[in-house]
Design a protein. Structure first.
Length: 403
C-alpha cells in the first residue's frame, strides 16, 4: 500500500514539476542535520516535522509552495515527533509540526506553540475539528484530519440511515460496556443529545474546567438511561459484539473507523455503512472525535511564512487531499472530505462525524472517566434511582476538582 501511494505522489509531483520546471521539496530522514534557520523577513526555507505517511502526501504541496513563493519546505520525518519537539533547543526545531490535538497541553505549557488566526478559513472545516485546536482561549493549530465514532450498520438489517434512536434499538444496537466497566466514550453521543456535555465551553470552543452535565439536562439523560436500561448489555465487549453482528442478532455497532476493516472483511464494502448517530433526546447527537493538525512553532524565525503554508496550503482542499493520500485519514476540510468518497471507511465515518466534538484534553478530564463510567453502569444495573446515582457522580467529580 505504501509503495502504491508513493507512486501516486511521485506521479503527481512529476506532472507538477514538468509543468513548472521546479524541483521537488526535500524530504529529510530523522537522522539528518537540523535545517539552518532562516530570517523571517525573507525566508528561503521553512522546516516541517512530520510522520513518514504525512511526508508522503506533503511532497506535492511543498513543491507547489516553492513554485508560488520561492520558499523551500524542508520535510523532516520524525519517529518521535512530540518528545523530539519538546526537547528541541533554539534554532534546532521546526517551523511547523504536524501532530495530534491532544499534544497541546504539554506543548502550550512548555511555550512551544504560536497561536494562529483561523477565522478566515474556519467555516470550510468540520466545526469540531477546528474546536479541537482551541485551547485555553487560543487557537493553536489548523486540523488536517479527524477521526470519530459513528453508527456502523449491516446493510441487510439497516439499509438506510436511521431517523430515530428507537429504530436502531429495534434493529439491534451494540455498544460495548467493556465487561461491565462502562463506556462513557461511546455513550457520549446519547448524552449530548440531551444537551449535557461533559464540560462547558468558552466562546472560542475551548473547554472550561466546569462540569456541563449537571442540571436538568444531565438528570434527563440519567432518567432516559434508566428507562432504556434493557437496551444495553453489561456483559458486552468487542468480541461478543462482533459475534452478534455476524450472527445477525445485532444490526449496528457504535464504534469508529478502527473497526472499518473488520466490517469490510465480514460483510464486504457494499454490505455495511457508517451513519450519524440519531439522537435519543431533543438535541443533535455528538460523538467524541480526535484530530490531527498543523501547529506553528513559537521558536520559528519565519512565523508569517509558516502560517501562510498552514492556512493557504495545508488548509486547502488540494493540501488536505494530498495528506489524505499519504495517511488515509478523513480530511477535516469539508470540500476535501466530500472528494474522498472512493475511500469508504474514511469518507463514511467522516461524513457521519460532522456533529462530533473533540474529546477534552484539559487536565480535569482525568478525574471524570471512572465515576462517569460507574454512574452509567449503576443506572443500567438499577443500583438506585437514576437521579441519586447521577448526583453522587457529580459530587464525586466536583470534590476531586476542588469545587
Amino acid at each position: 500500500m505504501k509503495q502504491a501511494l508513493s507512486r501516486q505522489v511521485a506521479a503527481a509531483a512529476t506532472v507538477l514539476f514538468l509543468a513548472t520546471g521546479c524541483s521537488s521539496a526535500e524530504v529529510v530522514p530523522e537522522t539528518s542535520t537540523p535545517a539552518v534557520q532562516v530570517q523571517a523577513d525573507s525566508p528561503t526555507e521553512i522546516t516541517v516535522w512530520v510522520s513518514e505517511a504525512q511526508a508522503l502526501g506533503l511532497e506535492v504541496v511543498a513543491a507547489q509552495f516553492l513554485m508560488d513563493t520561492g520558499t523551500r519546505v524542508n520535510l523532516v520525518v520524525k519517529e518521535n515527533l512530540q518528545p523530539d519537539f519538546l526537547g528541541a533547543g533554539t534554532g534546532t526545531g521546526p517551523d511547523i509540526i504536524l501532530g495530534s490535538y491532544d499534544w497541546q497541553p504539554e506543548l502550550v505549557t512548555a511555550g512551544k506553540l504560536e497561536p494562529i488566526d483561523v477565522s478566515g478559513v474556519a467555516e470550510a472545516f468540520i466545526p469540531g475539528a477546528i474546536q479541537a485546536f482551541a485551547y485555553q482561549g487560543q487557537q493553536y493549530g489548523l486540523p488536517v484530519s479527524q477521526e470519530n465514532a459513528a453508527l456502523a450498520c449491516v446493510l441487510e438489517a439497516m439499509p438506510t440511515a436511521p431517523e430515530s434512536f428507537q429504530e436502531v434499538v429495534a434493529a439491534g444496537l451494540a455498544i460495548s460496556l467493556n465487561d461491565g466497566t462502562g463506556d462513557p466514550y461511546h455513550f457520549y453521543a446519547l448524552q449530548t443529545s440531551f444537551g449535557a456535555p461533559v464540560f462547558e465551553t468558552a466562546e472560542d470552543g475551548s473547554y472550561l474546567p466546569v462540569l456541563g452535565m449537571g442540571g436538568e439536562a444531565g438528570f434527563a439523560f440519567a432518567a432516559w438511561l434508566s428507562d432504556n436500561a434493557t437496551s444495553f448489555e453489561l456483559a458486552s465487549n468487542t468480541r461478543n459484539i462482533k459475534e452478534e453482528l455476524v450472527a445477525g442478532t445485532k444490526a449496528c455497532w457504535l464504534t469508529g473507523p478502527w473497526n472499518g476493516n473488520w466490517f469490510n472483511e465480514q460483510f464486504g464494502e457494499s454490505g455495511w455503512a457508517a451513519y450519524p448517530v440519531p439522537p435519543a433526546g431533543p438535541y443533535p447527537a455528538s460523538t467524541f472525535s480526535g484530530a490531527t493538525g498543523a501547529m506553528v512553532a513559537s521558536g520559528s524565525d519565519a512565523v508569517a511564512t509558516a502560517t501562510k503554508f498552514v492556512l493557504e496550503y495545508l488548509g486547502s482542499s488540494q493540501g488536505q487531499l494530498a495528506l489524505f493520500q499519504g495517511t488515509g485519514k478523513a480530511p477535516a476540510e469539508l470540500a476535501a472530505l466530500e472528494q474522498s468518497s472512493a475511500s469508504k471507511i474514511a469518507y463514511e465515518f467522516g461524513m457521519a462525524g460532522l456533529e462530533s466534538v473533540p474529546m477534552p484534553v484539559i487536565a480535569e478530564m482525568d478525574s471524570i472517566w471512572v465515576p462517569w463510567a460507574a454512574a452509567q453502569v449503576g443506572i443500567i444495573r438499577g443500583d438506585d434511582e437514576p437521579a441519586v446515582i447521577w448526583q453522587k457522580m457529580l459530587d464525586e467529580i466536583n470534590a476531586s476538582l476542588g469545587y
